[in-house]
Write a new protein. Structure first.
Length: 236
């Protein structure tokens, strides 16, 4: 299912500078690093389920994870795609409530788990970490409000264009001619991000190909005109 990989020291982490821990005091970082565990998860493996209680936080060293909520009819709504350097689980941990969402890997992923006691100790002893977390929580509230407005008011075509634009950053893509890297998601997952039926999504992707906004290779989606895509999404 998963395997331990205990050799990832926070001080030497390749994505440290893109995480909340990039500006931490070395002593605090070292102490936290000594008490964490690192695990390699396979593709499509659930990290935590909605309704379970958090015991700490996860930092993504490598890979991508989908955060989703299951509706009353059993259909998933993908809330967010997280990538290397992102932290997850801290909001539920702070509120001392159950996870309101589930997390599942989209590819083989290395996660570092920091127990609640060690994370809270680092938070209380390092003002820079506290400031970063507070800033993130404030930003999350604004992002959630924007997302709810988008889902409620925009037509599906605009929502899909907006989702693809967002995923350009998540997958670290350059929208250049000849670029073979792409957004590697199942059509069902992408439909669950946009909030539409898979059949509708496939039809719209075909339209975007006809308009030369994207190209596809298997399930990969290559962005060919980011600026026009932003205009379709009413972002530019």
């Amino acid at each position: 299912m998963k395997r331990e990989n205990p050799q990832l020291a926070c001080e030497k982490c390749s994505v440290k500078d893109s995480t909340f821990f990039g500006n931490m005091e070395l002593s605090s970082l070292t102490c936290m690093s000594e008490n964490k565990t690192c695990t390699v998860y396979k593709k499509n493996q659930v990290v935590f389920h909605e309704g379970t209680r958090p015991q700490g936080v996860f930092c993504i060293n490598r890979g991508r994870i989908k955060i989703y909520k299951t509706g009353v009819e059993g259909k998933d709504q993908i809330i967010q795609i997280l990538k290397s350097g992102d932290l997850m689980g801290y909001r539920a941990m702070f509120s001392e409530e159950q996870y309101p969402v589930s997390a599942e890997t989209l590819e083989e992923t290395t996660l570092c788990f920091i127990p609640k006691s060690d994370f809270m100790e680092a938070l209380s002893s390092d003002p820079k970490l506290s400031k970063s977390i507070i800033k993130s929580l404030s930003k999350d509230l604004s992002t959630m409000a924007d997302s709810l407005t988008t889902l409620a008011q925009k037509p599906v075509r605009e929502r899909l264009a907006g989702a693809l634009t967002m995923l350009i950053d998540t997958y670290d893509l350059d929208a250049i001619e000849g670029d073979t890297e792409g957004i590697n998601l199942t059509r069902e997952d992408l439909a669950n991000i946009v909030g539409t039926a898979t059949e509708t999504l496939i039809r719209l992707l075909h339209d975007f190909k006809e308009e030369k906004l994207i190209e596809t290779q298997g399930r990969k989606i290559m962005i060919k005109n980011k600026e026009k895509l932003q205009r379709v999404a009413n972002l530019a």
